[in-house]
Design a protein around this ligand. Sequence first.
Ligand SMILES: Nc1ncnc2c1ncn2[C@@H]1O[C@H](COP(=O)(O)OP(=O)(O)OP(=O)(O)O)[C@@H](O)[C@H]1O
Length: 219
Amino acid sequence: MIRFDNVGVRYGLGEEVLSDLCFDIKPGTFQYLTGASGSGKTSLLRLLFLSLQPTRGNISIFGKNAQALDRTELPAIRRRIGIVFQDFRLLDHMTLYENVALPLRVRGYEEASYRRDVIDLIKWVGLADRIDAFPQVLSGGEQQRAAVARAIIDQPELLLADEPTGNLDPALARRLLRLFIELNRSGTSVVIATHDLSLMEQHSARRLVLESGRMEVYD
Ligand SMILES: Nc1ncnc2c1ncn2[C@@H]1O[C@H](COP(=O)(O)OP(=O)(O)OP(=O)(O)O)[C@@H](O)[C@H]1O
């Protein structure tokens, strides 16, 4: 599904922040992306979401060469990927319900066909009483759960999540982890960037570990 061959990234004229990355992500797999702060996890997620171009090497994603993609092809590829950004990126002028439903609306589905699913997922992430609230009045943890719900509502083929449990207490973190595991069981490949050792201990999975810009893979 995704293949990195000798991928390197530098910002501007600086040193490479990622070097010689060679790994793949197979359909239906679950992996953690881990490493110290500044080791390049967010940069790697940006490569996977095609919002950052490598400075060398090749990335193949859903069978296409990422560097050769036409701008017009990007939206269709991104629709196959759900992403939870570290800063959530909810849309301020939309309610929680509207934010979570957005990927389905963009696809042109009728609201009647998804309303129940959106409400059920919002309940599952524990935000039923905030369903009509706007993002500005939500706490960091509530925004994080809303961002997770939006990323998974459309059952993407690939889910990328940047520290998705960073603002949550342990019980909520466990609940979200269960959600990611269920999503994975239904076929989505999951990549969770995290520092959270206790999260990784709860569900053992492949680890992609970044250190000094290089990756070690522990299957
Ligand atoms: N837009 C940018 N311009 C210049 N340097 C950048 C940029 N984004 C990231 N970097 C640098 O690249 C390196 C990797 O950063 P990145 O955010 O990918 O790491 P991270 O592992 O996600 O960190 P954290 O866990 O703290 O979020 C850091 O040295 C950072 O300063």
